[in-house]
Ligand binder design. Structure first.
Ligand SMILES: C[S@@+](CC[C@H](N)C(=O)[O-])C[C@H]1O[C@@H](n2cnc3c(N)ncnc32)[C@H](O)[C@@H]1O
Length: 392
């Protein structure tokens, strides 16, 4: 591909990414892959260069661009070399029209800044979009971290999680045999810390209410193989991924598919029975924008409002399931106050006898009744986590 053709390819992909963000379609990564699957003539250098252009344009556009061309023109306004590639050549983008301008540069959507936790000051914003490292969680039920570190080139232990290894961004490890053998999982260090916040103990009854594909349930099972872990979710497809993952890891996890609206009825036999209930709630995902920066374009005030209400409902579903003296752990991969400290304060307003307990790991900063991890301060994805203990 010529350099101009690469720019045109990036524009076409960006158009699809924008449409997908509007229609709640697949993520940018999947769109890039699909694009090249249909264009086998593009070599690996072309793919890498186009992908680079696409993500550069996404990262610098806080608000959703009108078109892929406007997004790329924004890049061109900052880079003369790219500007020169808008040359009207056969496979390249049309030449710049008089008065045509690109999407303005911004780190965050304009309406988001006032919504963030006060800890996420402006000097923290660039880190929200910087390339993330690749973190692995070792299945410590089977191997020690020390034994696994030599298996991955460039790996070092994570600082805060005792189960993690950190590799440089863009490391390719998917074909490593340790995955098929269930010895490691890809999991951000922040996510590992949420499992740690559950303080899993031998013999405990643990419910992971919003288990998804089971990332945290698997971390809990690896930490305490003798715990009785139940993973529930309303999403059949996500929950279906847990079975094979658990089998690979040699973990025993019971799975419960829930109907939205009937969760309390379906979980009634767990009333007052759980040592720990983890509510890893659906959220804006604002703490993970460094991994999927186009997530900024998917979030709207209406969507945020809906998810905040769902979080409150899930907390109220979870509370009666906790046994006296047991704990409810609430987590979101979000940096937005309404999904973090405010949500936690509102929970305490409705359940005033519950006691706040600090989470058992270093790192993060106190944020209302919980702790906030941020990419700049902790070098993890952004997470809010709070631990509430039910009075005896
Ligand atoms: C942040 S994700 C969970 C990620 C997962 N814990 C992990 O570590 O991979 C939130 C999950 O909540 C689920 N969810 C949404 N509404 C729910 C409900 N009413 N009851 C239970 N789970 C729900 C979503 O399907 C989604 O999988």
């Amino acid at each position: 591909m010529t350099p101009s053709a690469r720019v045109q390819a990036a524009i076409e992909i960006l158009d699809e990414v924008i449409a997908s963000a509007r229609d709640d379609g697949p993520p940018a990564d999947a769109i890039v892959q699909r694009y090249f699957k249909a264009r086998r003539y593009a070599g690996s250098k072309d793919r890498r260069a186009v992908r680079e252009l696409v993500y550069r344009a996404i990262r610098r556009s806080g608000d959703m661009p009108e078109t892929g061309r406007a997004a790329m023109l924004g890049v061109a306004e900052e880079d003369e070399e790219i500007a020169g590639l808008f040359d009207g050549s056969v496979h390249g983008p049309a030449a710049l029209r008089p008065g045509e301008t690109g999407t303005p540069a911004a780190l965050l959507p304009s309406w988001i800044a006032p919504q963030l936790s006060t800890l996420v000051t402006e000097d923290e914003w660039p880190a929200l979009l910087e390339r993330a490292p690749l973190d692995l969680r070792i299945n410590i039920a089977r191997r020690s971290r020390e034994a696994m570190v030599a298996e991955f080139e460039g790996a070092g232990p994570t600082w805060l999680s005792p189960w993690g290894l950190r590799l440089p961004a863009d490391s390719r490890v998917d074909n490593h045999p340790a995955f098929a053998q269930g010895l490691v999982e890809v999991q951000d260090e922040g996510s590992q810390l949420i499992a740690l916040a559950c303080k899993p103990e031998r013999g405990a009854q643990i419910l992971d209410l919003c288990a998804g594909a089971g990332g945290k349930a698997l971390a809990l099972a690896a930490a305490v193989p003798k715990a009785a872990i139940i993973a529930s979710d309303t999403n059949r497809a996500r929950l279906a991924q847990l079975g094979p993952r658990a089998e690979r890891a040699g973990a025993t996890i019971a799975v419960r598919l829930l109907d939205g609206g009937r969760e309390s009825v379906q979980l009634a036999e767990l009333d007052g029975q759980c040592d720990v209930v983890l509510v890893d709630a659906p959220c804006s995902g604002s703490g993970t924008w460094r991994r999927n920066p186009e997530g900024r374009w998917r979030l709207t005030p209406g969507r945020l409002d809906r998810v905040v209400k769902l979080q409150a409902r899930l907390l109220d579903i979870a509370a009666p399931l906790v046994k006296p003296g047991g704990a409810l752990v609430y987590a979101t991969c979000s940096l937005i106050a309404a999904e973090g400290a405010e949500q936690a304060r509102n929970f305490l307003g409705r359940h005033s006898s519950w006691i706040v307990q600090d989470v058992p790991f270093a790192g993060g900063r106190a944020d209302g009744p919980g702790r906030l991890l941020t990419p700049k301060h902790d070098a993890t994805d952004g997470f809010f986590v709070a631990r509430f203990v039910r009075p005896c």
